[in-house]
Design a binder for this molecule. Structure first.
Ligand code: 3PG
Ligand code: MG
Length: 392
Protein backbone atom coordinates (compact mmCIF):
# COMPACT_ATOMS: atom_id res chain seq x y z
CA UNK A 1 0.00 0.00 0.00
CA UNK A 2 1.38 3.41 -0.92
CA UNK A 3 0.77 5.96 1.80
CA UNK A 4 0.48 9.76 1.57
CA UNK A 5 3.51 9.91 3.82
CA UNK A 6 5.68 8.26 1.17
CA UNK A 7 7.64 11.28 -0.03
CA UNK A 8 4.88 12.51 -2.21
CA UNK A 9 4.97 16.07 -3.54
CA UNK A 10 1.64 17.44 -2.42
CA UNK A 11 2.34 21.12 -2.97
CA UNK A 12 -0.77 22.68 -4.61
CA UNK A 13 -1.90 19.20 -5.66
CA UNK A 14 -5.62 18.59 -5.62
CA UNK A 15 -6.35 15.59 -3.45
CA UNK A 16 -9.63 13.68 -3.50
CA UNK A 17 -9.86 12.44 0.05
CA UNK A 18 -12.40 9.65 0.69
CA UNK A 19 -13.41 9.71 4.33
CA UNK A 20 -16.03 7.81 6.28
CA UNK A 21 -17.94 10.65 7.91
CA UNK A 22 -20.90 8.34 8.40
CA UNK A 23 -21.43 9.41 12.01
CA UNK A 24 -24.65 8.79 13.94
CA UNK A 25 -26.99 11.79 13.57
CA UNK A 26 -29.84 12.51 15.96
CA UNK A 27 -32.19 15.29 14.83
CA UNK A 28 -29.47 16.70 12.61
CA UNK A 29 -26.93 16.71 15.47
CA UNK A 30 -23.82 14.54 15.62
CA UNK A 31 -24.31 11.93 18.35
CA UNK A 32 -20.73 10.66 18.24
CA UNK A 33 -17.87 12.40 16.45
CA UNK A 34 -15.22 9.68 16.74
CA UNK A 35 -14.98 9.12 12.98
CA UNK A 36 -14.45 12.86 12.44
CA UNK A 37 -11.83 13.16 15.18
CA UNK A 38 -9.85 10.21 13.87
CA UNK A 39 -9.21 11.74 10.44
CA UNK A 40 -7.98 15.13 11.71
CA UNK A 41 -4.29 14.08 11.48
CA UNK A 42 -4.74 13.28 7.77
CA UNK A 43 -6.39 16.64 7.04
CA UNK A 44 -3.70 18.48 9.00
CA UNK A 45 -0.97 16.54 7.19
CA UNK A 46 -2.41 17.48 3.80
CA UNK A 47 -2.84 21.12 4.81
CA UNK A 48 0.71 21.31 6.12
CA UNK A 49 1.93 20.04 2.77
CA UNK A 50 -0.10 22.69 0.92
CA UNK A 51 -2.48 20.29 -0.77
CA UNK A 52 -5.95 21.33 -1.87
CA UNK A 53 -8.44 18.92 -0.39
CA UNK A 54 -11.70 17.69 -1.89
CA UNK A 55 -13.48 15.61 0.75
CA UNK A 56 -15.70 12.74 -0.37
CA UNK A 57 -18.02 10.92 2.01
CA UNK A 58 -21.41 9.39 2.48
CA UNK A 59 -23.68 9.48 5.49
CA UNK A 60 -26.51 7.02 6.03
CA UNK A 61 -28.23 5.09 3.27
CA UNK A 62 -30.20 7.53 1.08
CA UNK A 63 -30.21 4.91 -1.71
CA UNK A 64 -29.52 7.13 -4.71
CA UNK A 65 -31.95 9.93 -3.79
CA UNK A 66 -31.48 13.34 -2.22
CA UNK A 67 -32.62 13.03 1.38
CA UNK A 68 -32.39 16.41 3.08
CA UNK A 69 -31.86 14.92 6.55
CA UNK A 70 -28.77 13.14 5.25
CA UNK A 71 -26.88 16.25 4.19
CA UNK A 72 -23.22 16.42 5.18
CA UNK A 73 -23.80 20.00 6.40
CA UNK A 74 -23.60 19.42 10.18
CA UNK A 75 -20.56 17.22 9.67
CA UNK A 76 -18.91 19.88 7.50
CA UNK A 77 -19.57 22.48 10.23
CA UNK A 78 -18.09 20.27 12.94
CA UNK A 79 -14.98 19.53 10.91
CA UNK A 80 -14.57 23.22 10.06
CA UNK A 81 -14.55 24.14 13.75
CA UNK A 82 -12.10 21.39 14.60
CA UNK A 83 -9.50 22.35 12.01
CA UNK A 84 -10.15 26.07 12.21
CA UNK A 85 -10.27 26.34 8.43
CA UNK A 86 -13.19 27.13 6.21
CA UNK A 87 -14.72 24.24 4.26
CA UNK A 88 -17.13 24.92 1.42
CA UNK A 89 -19.89 22.34 1.00
CA UNK A 90 -20.49 21.81 -2.72
CA UNK A 91 -24.09 20.86 -3.45
CA UNK A 92 -23.87 20.87 -7.25
CA UNK A 93 -25.02 17.67 -8.99
CA UNK A 94 -21.98 15.40 -8.85
CA UNK A 95 -22.83 13.89 -12.22
CA UNK A 96 -22.29 17.32 -13.79
CA UNK A 97 -19.51 18.71 -11.66
CA UNK A 98 -16.28 20.01 -13.24
CA UNK A 99 -13.00 21.12 -11.74
CA UNK A 100 -13.87 24.74 -12.58
CA UNK A 101 -16.65 24.48 -9.96
CA UNK A 102 -14.07 24.12 -7.20
CA UNK A 103 -11.45 26.41 -5.64
CA UNK A 104 -12.58 29.57 -7.38
CA UNK A 105 -11.18 31.52 -4.50
CA UNK A 106 -7.40 30.90 -4.51
CA UNK A 107 -7.37 31.12 -0.72
CA UNK A 108 -9.76 28.17 -0.46
CA UNK A 109 -8.03 25.02 0.76
CA UNK A 110 -10.80 22.53 1.42
CA UNK A 111 -14.13 21.72 -0.16
CA UNK A 112 -16.52 18.91 0.67
CA UNK A 113 -18.81 17.31 -1.89
CA UNK A 114 -22.35 16.55 -0.72
CA UNK A 115 -23.34 12.98 0.27
CA UNK A 116 -22.10 10.60 -2.45
CA UNK A 117 -24.97 8.21 -1.87
CA UNK A 118 -27.45 10.78 -3.16
CA UNK A 119 -26.35 9.24 -6.49
CA UNK A 120 -27.14 5.60 -7.24
CA UNK A 121 -23.94 5.48 -9.30
CA UNK A 122 -21.86 5.53 -6.11
CA UNK A 123 -23.08 2.15 -4.83
CA UNK A 124 -23.16 0.78 -8.38
CA UNK A 125 -19.40 1.36 -8.60
CA UNK A 126 -20.19 3.24 -11.80
CA UNK A 127 -17.23 3.87 -14.06
CA UNK A 128 -18.42 7.24 -15.46
CA UNK A 129 -19.25 8.55 -12.00
CA UNK A 130 -15.83 7.52 -10.69
CA UNK A 131 -14.18 9.08 -13.72
CA UNK A 132 -16.02 12.36 -13.19
CA UNK A 133 -14.97 12.50 -9.54
CA UNK A 134 -11.41 11.65 -10.51
CA UNK A 135 -11.34 14.47 -13.07
CA UNK A 136 -11.51 16.95 -10.18
CA UNK A 137 -8.11 16.07 -8.74
CA UNK A 138 -4.50 14.94 -9.20
CA UNK A 139 -4.34 12.32 -6.47
CA UNK A 140 -6.76 10.01 -4.68
CA UNK A 141 -6.43 9.17 -0.99
CA UNK A 142 -8.53 6.59 0.85
CA UNK A 143 -8.72 7.26 4.58
CA UNK A 144 -12.02 5.45 5.02
CA UNK A 145 -11.05 2.00 6.27
CA UNK A 146 -14.57 1.50 7.61
CA UNK A 147 -16.01 1.70 4.06
CA UNK A 148 -13.26 -0.22 2.32
CA UNK A 149 -15.35 -3.40 2.23
CA UNK A 150 -17.76 -1.65 -0.16
CA UNK A 151 -16.96 -1.84 -3.89
CA UNK A 152 -18.35 1.63 -4.50
CA UNK A 153 -17.30 4.26 -7.06
CA UNK A 154 -15.48 6.54 -4.60
CA UNK A 155 -13.68 3.60 -2.96
CA UNK A 156 -12.92 1.11 -5.70
CA UNK A 157 -13.49 2.24 -9.30
CA UNK A 158 -11.98 5.70 -8.74
CA UNK A 159 -8.49 4.29 -8.20
CA UNK A 160 -8.40 3.30 -11.87
CA UNK A 161 -8.13 6.95 -12.82
CA UNK A 162 -5.69 8.50 -10.34
CA UNK A 163 -2.49 7.71 -8.46
CA UNK A 164 -3.96 6.28 -5.27
CA UNK A 165 -2.70 6.33 -1.70
CA UNK A 166 -3.77 5.36 1.78
CA UNK A 167 -4.38 7.93 4.50
CA UNK A 168 -2.96 7.96 8.01
CA UNK A 169 -6.00 6.52 9.79
CA UNK A 170 -6.38 3.72 7.27
CA UNK A 171 -2.70 2.80 7.82
CA UNK A 172 -3.26 2.78 11.56
CA UNK A 173 -6.32 0.55 11.33
CA UNK A 174 -4.74 -1.94 8.96
CA UNK A 175 -1.53 -2.17 11.02
CA UNK A 176 -3.48 -2.67 14.23
CA UNK A 177 -5.68 -5.37 12.72
CA UNK A 178 -2.63 -7.14 11.27
CA UNK A 179 -1.13 -7.16 14.74
CA UNK A 180 -4.37 -8.46 16.25
CA UNK A 181 -4.62 -11.31 13.79
CA UNK A 182 -0.98 -12.34 14.11
CA UNK A 183 -0.62 -12.14 17.89
CA UNK A 184 -4.03 -13.37 18.94
CA UNK A 185 -4.22 -15.61 22.05
CA UNK A 186 -6.87 -18.35 22.54
CA UNK A 187 -9.56 -18.80 23.75
CA UNK A 188 -10.93 -16.14 21.40
CA UNK A 189 -14.48 -14.88 21.67
CA UNK A 190 -16.12 -12.85 18.94
CA UNK A 191 -19.27 -10.95 19.90
CA UNK A 192 -21.39 -9.91 16.93
CA UNK A 193 -24.39 -7.66 17.25
CA UNK A 194 -25.90 -4.61 15.61
CA UNK A 195 -28.55 -4.39 12.93
CA UNK A 196 -26.67 -4.84 9.63
CA UNK A 197 -27.55 -8.53 9.38
CA UNK A 198 -27.16 -8.82 5.60
CA UNK A 199 -23.61 -7.40 5.74
CA UNK A 200 -22.45 -9.73 8.47
CA UNK A 201 -24.32 -13.03 8.28
CA UNK A 202 -22.29 -14.31 5.32
CA UNK A 203 -18.98 -13.42 6.95
CA UNK A 204 -19.55 -15.55 10.02
CA UNK A 205 -19.01 -18.89 8.32
CA UNK A 206 -15.46 -17.88 7.54
CA UNK A 207 -14.83 -16.75 11.11
CA UNK A 208 -15.84 -20.02 12.77
CA UNK A 209 -12.50 -21.76 12.26
CA UNK A 210 -10.68 -18.79 13.80
CA UNK A 211 -12.64 -18.44 17.04
CA UNK A 212 -13.56 -20.56 20.05
CA UNK A 213 -16.83 -18.78 20.75
CA UNK A 214 -19.15 -16.68 18.62
CA UNK A 215 -21.77 -14.76 20.56
CA UNK A 216 -24.80 -13.43 18.71
CA UNK A 217 -26.57 -10.43 20.19
CA UNK A 218 -28.61 -7.45 18.94
CA UNK A 219 -30.46 -7.62 15.63
CA UNK A 220 -27.96 -10.25 14.48
CA UNK A 221 -29.43 -12.74 16.98
CA UNK A 222 -33.02 -12.47 15.77
CA UNK A 223 -32.58 -14.68 12.73
CA UNK A 224 -30.88 -17.29 14.91
CA UNK A 225 -33.78 -17.24 17.39
CA UNK A 226 -36.28 -17.62 14.57
CA UNK A 227 -34.25 -20.46 13.05
CA UNK A 228 -34.35 -22.20 16.43
CA UNK A 229 -38.15 -21.94 16.36
CA UNK A 230 -38.69 -19.07 18.79
CA UNK A 231 -41.18 -16.26 18.12
CA UNK A 232 -39.51 -12.89 17.44
CA UNK A 233 -42.63 -10.73 16.99
CA UNK A 234 -41.98 -7.59 14.92
CA UNK A 235 -38.22 -7.62 15.51
CA UNK A 236 -35.82 -6.76 12.67
CA UNK A 237 -34.62 -9.72 10.68
CA UNK A 238 -33.19 -10.61 7.31
CA UNK A 239 -35.03 -12.70 4.72
CA UNK A 240 -33.74 -16.06 3.45
CA UNK A 241 -31.13 -16.76 6.10
CA UNK A 242 -32.12 -20.35 7.04
CA UNK A 243 -29.54 -22.05 4.83
CA UNK A 244 -26.63 -19.91 5.96
CA UNK A 245 -27.58 -20.33 9.63
CA UNK A 246 -27.81 -24.08 9.14
CA UNK A 247 -24.30 -24.02 7.68
CA UNK A 248 -23.07 -21.88 10.60
CA UNK A 249 -24.31 -24.45 13.12
CA UNK A 250 -22.98 -27.43 11.14
CA UNK A 251 -19.57 -25.89 10.69
CA UNK A 252 -19.38 -24.80 14.31
CA UNK A 253 -19.70 -28.47 15.35
CA UNK A 254 -16.93 -29.55 12.99
CA UNK A 255 -14.66 -26.70 14.06
CA UNK A 256 -15.52 -26.95 17.75
CA UNK A 257 -16.63 -23.34 17.94
CA UNK A 258 -19.35 -22.63 20.46
CA UNK A 259 -22.30 -20.57 19.21
CA UNK A 260 -24.01 -18.54 21.90
CA UNK A 261 -27.30 -16.72 21.34
CA UNK A 262 -29.81 -15.06 23.70
CA UNK A 263 -31.58 -17.16 26.34
CA UNK A 264 -33.86 -14.31 27.33
CA UNK A 265 -34.62 -10.91 25.89
CA UNK A 266 -35.80 -7.42 26.75
CA UNK A 267 -38.71 -6.35 24.58
CA UNK A 268 -40.80 -3.25 23.91
CA UNK A 269 -43.92 -2.53 21.88
CA UNK A 270 -41.99 0.28 20.21
CA UNK A 271 -38.52 1.83 20.42
CA UNK A 272 -39.53 4.19 23.22
CA UNK A 273 -41.68 1.95 25.38
CA UNK A 274 -40.70 0.57 28.77
CA UNK A 275 -38.63 -2.62 28.68
CA UNK A 276 -40.03 -5.99 29.65
CA UNK A 277 -37.83 -9.05 30.27
CA UNK A 278 -39.19 -12.18 28.61
CA UNK A 279 -38.23 -15.79 28.19
CA UNK A 280 -37.79 -16.72 24.54
CA UNK A 281 -41.09 -18.58 24.23
CA UNK A 282 -43.06 -15.66 25.65
CA UNK A 283 -42.25 -13.07 22.98
CA UNK A 284 -45.58 -11.99 21.54
CA UNK A 285 -46.62 -10.99 18.02
CA UNK A 286 -46.41 -7.25 18.67
CA UNK A 287 -43.11 -7.33 20.58
CA UNK A 288 -39.83 -5.91 19.37
CA UNK A 289 -36.74 -7.60 20.77
CA UNK A 290 -34.54 -4.65 21.75
CA UNK A 291 -31.91 -6.04 24.11
CA UNK A 292 -30.60 -9.22 25.70
CA UNK A 293 -31.98 -10.30 29.08
CA UNK A 294 -30.18 -10.87 32.41
CA UNK A 295 -29.68 -14.63 31.96
CA UNK A 296 -27.97 -14.00 28.65
CA UNK A 297 -25.80 -11.29 30.20
CA UNK A 298 -24.65 -13.77 32.82
CA UNK A 299 -23.76 -16.39 30.22
CA UNK A 300 -21.83 -13.83 28.16
CA UNK A 301 -20.00 -12.64 31.29
CA UNK A 302 -18.84 -16.20 31.94
CA UNK A 303 -17.69 -16.60 28.35
CA UNK A 304 -15.70 -13.35 28.51
CA UNK A 305 -14.26 -14.38 31.88
CA UNK A 306 -12.85 -17.55 30.32
CA UNK A 307 -11.45 -15.79 27.21
CA UNK A 308 -7.97 -14.44 26.53
CA UNK A 309 -9.07 -12.37 23.54
CA UNK A 310 -12.37 -10.73 22.79
CA UNK A 311 -13.40 -9.06 19.54
CA UNK A 312 -16.64 -7.13 19.65
CA UNK A 313 -18.64 -5.63 16.81
CA UNK A 314 -22.20 -4.40 17.10
CA UNK A 315 -24.28 -3.41 20.15
CA UNK A 316 -26.40 -5.93 22.03
CA UNK A 317 -29.53 -3.86 21.68
CA UNK A 318 -31.21 -0.60 20.77
CA UNK A 319 -28.74 1.41 22.86
CA UNK A 320 -30.11 4.76 21.65
CA UNK A 321 -32.78 4.19 24.32
CA UNK A 322 -30.88 3.80 27.65
CA UNK A 323 -33.45 1.21 28.77
CA UNK A 324 -32.20 -1.08 26.01
CA UNK A 325 -28.50 -0.26 26.41
CA UNK A 326 -28.09 -2.50 29.45
CA UNK A 327 -26.82 -5.56 27.57
CA UNK A 328 -24.17 -3.52 25.73
CA UNK A 329 -23.13 -1.83 29.00
CA UNK A 330 -22.80 -5.18 30.78
CA UNK A 331 -20.61 -6.58 28.01
CA UNK A 332 -18.44 -3.44 28.01
CA UNK A 333 -18.16 -3.49 31.81
CA UNK A 334 -16.98 -7.09 31.90
CA UNK A 335 -14.40 -6.57 29.14
CA UNK A 336 -13.07 -3.43 30.83
CA UNK A 337 -12.82 -5.25 34.17
CA UNK A 338 -10.69 -7.98 32.57
CA UNK A 339 -8.73 -5.43 30.59
CA UNK A 340 -7.79 -3.53 33.75
CA UNK A 341 -6.63 -6.81 35.29
CA UNK A 342 -4.64 -7.40 32.07
CA UNK A 343 -6.26 -10.80 31.63
CA UNK A 344 -7.73 -10.13 28.21
CA UNK A 345 -6.79 -8.58 24.88
CA UNK A 346 -9.79 -6.61 23.69
CA UNK A 347 -10.70 -5.14 20.35
CA UNK A 348 -13.94 -3.37 19.49
CA UNK A 349 -15.09 -2.09 16.14
CA UNK A 350 -17.96 -0.32 14.42
CA UNK A 351 -19.58 3.11 14.49
CA UNK A 352 -22.34 2.14 16.93
CA UNK A 353 -20.07 0.06 19.16
CA UNK A 354 -17.69 3.01 19.47
CA UNK A 355 -20.65 5.23 20.35
CA UNK A 356 -21.65 2.83 23.13
CA UNK A 357 -18.10 2.81 24.50
CA UNK A 358 -17.95 6.61 24.38
CA UNK A 359 -21.33 6.88 26.12
CA UNK A 360 -19.95 5.01 29.10
CA UNK A 361 -16.49 6.54 28.84
CA UNK A 362 -14.54 3.30 28.37
CA UNK A 363 -13.27 3.73 24.83
CA UNK A 364 -9.69 3.98 26.18
CA UNK A 365 -10.03 0.78 28.18
CA UNK A 366 -9.86 -1.42 25.09
CA UNK A 367 -6.56 -2.49 23.54
CA UNK A 368 -7.73 -1.34 20.14
CA UNK A 369 -10.86 0.36 18.87
CA UNK A 370 -11.54 0.35 15.16
CA UNK A 371 -13.93 2.82 13.53
CA UNK A 372 -14.90 -0.02 11.22
CA UNK A 373 -17.67 -2.58 11.69
CA UNK A 374 -18.34 -4.56 8.52
CA UNK A 375 -14.85 -3.83 7.17
CA UNK A 376 -13.36 -4.94 10.49
CA UNK A 377 -15.12 -8.33 10.31
CA UNK A 378 -14.27 -8.84 6.65
CA UNK A 379 -10.64 -8.03 7.36
CA UNK A 380 -10.60 -10.57 10.20
CA UNK A 381 -12.11 -13.05 7.80
CA UNK A 382 -8.94 -12.66 5.71
CA UNK A 383 -10.78 -11.15 2.78
CA UNK A 384 -9.09 -8.67 0.44
CA UNK A 385 -11.21 -5.56 0.83
CA UNK A 386 -12.05 -3.83 -2.49
CA UNK A 387 -10.87 -0.44 -1.22
CA UNK A 388 -7.53 -1.81 -0.03
CA UNK A 389 -6.97 -4.00 -3.07
CA UNK A 390 -6.93 -0.98 -5.38
CA UNK A 391 -4.26 0.72 -3.29
CA UNK A 392 -1.83 -2.15 -3.83
C1 3PG B 1 -20.31 1.97 8.19
O1 3PG B 1 -20.87 2.74 8.96
O2 3PG B 1 -20.14 0.77 8.46
C2 3PG B 1 -19.76 2.50 6.88
O3 3PG B 1 -19.90 3.88 6.82
C3 3PG B 1 -20.41 1.81 5.72
O4 3PG B 1 -21.78 2.03 5.74
P1 3PG B 1 -22.79 1.00 5.03
O5 3PG B 1 -22.88 -0.22 5.90
O6 3PG B 1 -24.08 1.75 4.90
O7 3PG B 1 -22.19 0.67 3.69
MG1 MG C 1 -22.28 2.23 10.80
Amino acid sequence: MKSIQDQLDLNQKKVLLRLDLNVPLENGKIADATRINKILPTINFLLKNNAKIIILSHVGRPKGKIVNELTLKPICEDLKDKINTNIKLITKNLKEINSIDLFNNPKEKIVMLENLRFYAEEEENNNDFAKRLASLADIYVNDAFSCSHRAHASISEIAKFLPSYSGLQLNLEVNALNKVTSEIKKPITCIIGGSKISTKINIIKNLISKFNNIVFVGGMANNILEYKGYPIGKSIKEKNCEQIIKEIFNLSKIENCKIIYPEDVSVGKNLNSAPEIKDLNDVSKDDLILDIGPKTMKTINNIIEASNTVLWNGPAGYFENPDFAKGSFEIAKKIVEKNKAKTIYSVAGGGDTVTVLNNIGVVNNFNFVSTAGGAFLEYLEGKKLPGIKVLN
